[in-house]
Design a protein around this ligand. Structure first.
Ligand SMILES: [Fe+2]
Ligand SMILES: [Fe+2]
Length: 351
């Protein structure tokens, strides 16, 4: 059986909730009580990993976990409790714009000086920071566009046709070597990173788990189809300028041709995707269901909120000269340029 069919290994737990979910998936313990989920820190490592484990069953699952666990009623009850905690925190904490037009307009404004991760990496990022960035982002990019595919049966007409057209590009336009997840794996190879699906889950901070969990949450709930479209719009609208900066960072550090290509490809593709998503996916959805405008705005704003939390975390660590990862990366498989090793993390960040 190949690695894809088996799925990755279950990662180490990050507290009682994730420990109980992992034990249940292994068949060695009971599920946590839903009340335990509702009392947990909604953005903390433990809840975010527990939710991530539940969602991953809908993607590739985990080695040794039976595929039909995806629809285990007890596990779905726990997942619902974890989602309620996460969703209510997001509703309370996300600064929401008054209108969808304002939410979209805010995406076109450059972030305040010093707050953008791609600005930092472009201007002064070192190769070890680019490797860490790729390892963290691999949680999404190795399943790039997968969470958004779930929305297709929930759309119709213009919105469905346009969403499918963008997804077709994301999935390589019929060419397996051009699937964006494959292009990202090639980037990781240039950076000397293990490309196995799920390999860097344990290393990623809770802030990244929350970014990916948000996509899964929106993708798996038909009632949140507007938020999923908003999330996709945020990704596509902000991608092109960010990708230009990351391509430049890869060039400046000599990361390698595939590392440059992944971002160069997104500069071009996402400039087009942005227009299609704004005018056809959002425009088409609103033509059918105008009452979803606030949900689309919420999807945009919640995505921005979690991306900004992640940016603050990465920049705080890197500016302090320490790794942002919870576990060290493997030694580079090849070193395209002389790179200093990242300093050891402080103990307070390894929980
Ligand atoms: Fe892409
Ligand atoms: Fe795209």
């Amino acid at each position: 059986m190949n690695q894809h069919a088996r799925g990755p290994l279950l990662p180490p737990d990050r507290g009682p909730l994730s420990a109980a979910v992992a034990a249940y998936l292994r068949g060695t313990g009971p599920l946590p009580r839903p009340a335990d989920a509702e009392a947990a820190d909604p953005y903390g490592d433990d809840l975010q990993l527990a939710l991530y484990l539940c969602y991953e069953l809908h993607y590739r699952g985990f080695a040794g976990v039976p595929p039909d666990t995806e629809w285990d009623p007890g596990l779905l009850r726990v997942r619902a409790a974890l989602e309620r905690r996460f969703r209510s925190a997001l509703r309370a904490d996300t600064p929401v714009h008054d209108s969808l037009d304002e939410a979209i307009a805010a995406l076109l404004v450059e972030p305040a000086e010093g707050t953008g991760v791609t600005h930092f990496l472009c201007a002064e990022g070192e190769l070890w920071q680019l490797r860490e960035y790729a390892a963290v982002r691999s949680l999404y990019h190795l399943k790039e566009a997968d969470p958004h595919a779930w929305v297709l049966p929930r759309l119709w007409g213009r919105a469905k046709a346009a969403m499918a057209a963008v997804e077709y590009d994301e999935f390589g336009g019929g060419r397996p070597e051009r699937v964006h997840a494959r292009l990202f794996a090639d980037l990781m190879t240039d950076l000397g990173l293990d490309t196995a699906y799920g390999r860097h889950l344990d290393a990623a901070p809770a802030e990244m788990l929350a970014v990916v969990n948000l996509m899964s949450l929106f993708g798996l709930h038909r009632e949140l189809r507007g938020a999923l479209v908003g999330h996709f719009a945020e990704v596509e609208i902000t991608s092109s300028p960010g990708s230009r900066r990351l391509a430049e960072a890869m060039r400046r550090t000599g990361a390698g041709p595939a590392a440059e290509f992944f971002y160069d490809e997104h500069v071009e593709a996402d400039a087009v995707h942005e227009q299609v998503v704004r005018h056809e996916v959002i425009g088409g959805l609103l033509a059918e269901e105008p009452e979803l405008a606030p949900d689309i705005a919420f999807g945009i704003d919640a995505t921005e909120y979690l991306e900004e939390r992640l940016a603050r975390r990465l920049l705080a660590d890197w500016r302090a000269g320490r790794s942002c990862l919870r576990a060290p990366l493997e030694a580079p498989l090849r070193t395209p340029a002389q790179q200093p090793a990242p300093p050891a993390r402080e103990a307070s960040h390894t929980s």
